[in-house]
Design a protein around this ligand. Structure first.
Ligand SMILES: NC(=O)c1ccc[n+]([C@@H]2O[C@H](COP(=O)([O-])OP(=O)(O)OC[C@H]3O[C@@H](n4cnc5c(N)ncnc54)[C@H](O)[C@@H]3O)[C@@H](O)[C@H]2O)c1
Length: 245
């Protein structure tokens, strides 16, 4: 039997990269999937692709840093599909910029999307799951939530925050049957990675290649489904060995 039969899943950052790979896999595993993204063109095109395969999907344009828009994601999902079982809280941005030259507005923007936005989506997910008796949330952090790197202070600080946000929320809602875990990818071949950086990132990765979005999707499916039924508050690192160094 499919692993997500009759489940309703919301995926933020679902129009591209890791989120899009998870949307395809979740739909193939029987879930009804709500794809949330800021990028309307990509989101609409992706929704059309999946609908052409007869998959039950819906695209919602929303900015995860906007409280009202986040509330609306869940309102619309419940209107369309009746409930929310799974949330892949994955939208994020990343930039490299020397810290001594980083404008405060750029720091704020990164932390706003990568940490504040993740909180807003998690809060709304929990509110909905409390009504129905539980669910699973997977937050996308990064291996850079565990280790540092030059030029990404805001991103790395936000991702470290996501890991401890995950632990804290997991403890808070453990008895309400809401499991909350984090995915910590290494360097994954998606549009967030600039083409000119790829060679150096491959060289820095022990297995000498970038990860694939589909490989992340399989780890997310594990965390989102009953296969990980005794896991909560954990951070699963999937990084081709990078943090083992
Ligand atoms: N690719 C990697 O190497 C890597 C490594 C570690 C962590 N991650 C994390 O994985 C997640 C997914 O990244 P990806 O690699 O698939 O990149 P991606 O750029 O392909 O996808 C991110 C998606 O998030 C959307 N998004 C950005 N800001 C948003 C907002 N405010 N509201 C709604 N949607 C928004 C973008 O439009 C985009 O479609 C991110 O959180 C990223 O930090 C990626």
């Amino acid at each position: 039997m499919a692993k997500l039969q009759d489940k309703v899943a919301v995926i933020t950052g679902g129009a591209s990269g890791i989120g899009a790979a998870a949307a395809r896999l979740f739909a193939a595993e029987g879930a009804k999937v709500v794809i949330v993204d800021l990028n309307e063109d990509k989101g609409m095109a992706f929704e059309a692709d999946l609908k052409a395969l007869n998959l039950p999907v819906q695209f919602i344009k929303a900015n995860i840093t906007n409280e009202e828009e986040v509330e609306n994601i869940f309102k619309q999902t419940v209107e369309s599909f009746g409930k929310v079982d799974i949330v892949f809280n994955n939208a994020g941005i990343g930039r490299v910029h020397p810290s001594h030259d980083l404008h405060y507005s750029e720091w704020r923007q990164t932390v706003n999307v990568d940490l504040d936005g993740v909180f807003l989506v998690a809060r709304e997910s929990i509110r909905e799951m409390l009504k129905t008796g539980g669910g699973t949330i997977v937050n996308t952090a990064s291996m850079y939530g565990f280790v540092g790197s030059p030029g990404s202070a805001a991103y790395n600080a936000a991702k470290g925050g996501v890991i401890n946000l995950t632990r804290s929320l997991a403890l808070e809602y453990a008895e309400q049957n809401i499991r909350i875990n984090a995915l910590c990818p290494g360097f994954i071949d998606t549009p967030i990675i600039p083409e000119e950086s790829k060679q150096a990132l491959v060289a820095a990765t022990p297995v000498k290649r970038l990860g694939k979005a589909e490989e992340m999707a399989k780890a997310v499916l594990f965390l989102a489904s009953d296969d990980s039924s005794f896991m909560t508050g954990s951070s699963l690192t999937v990084d081709g060995g990078y943090t083992a160094q």
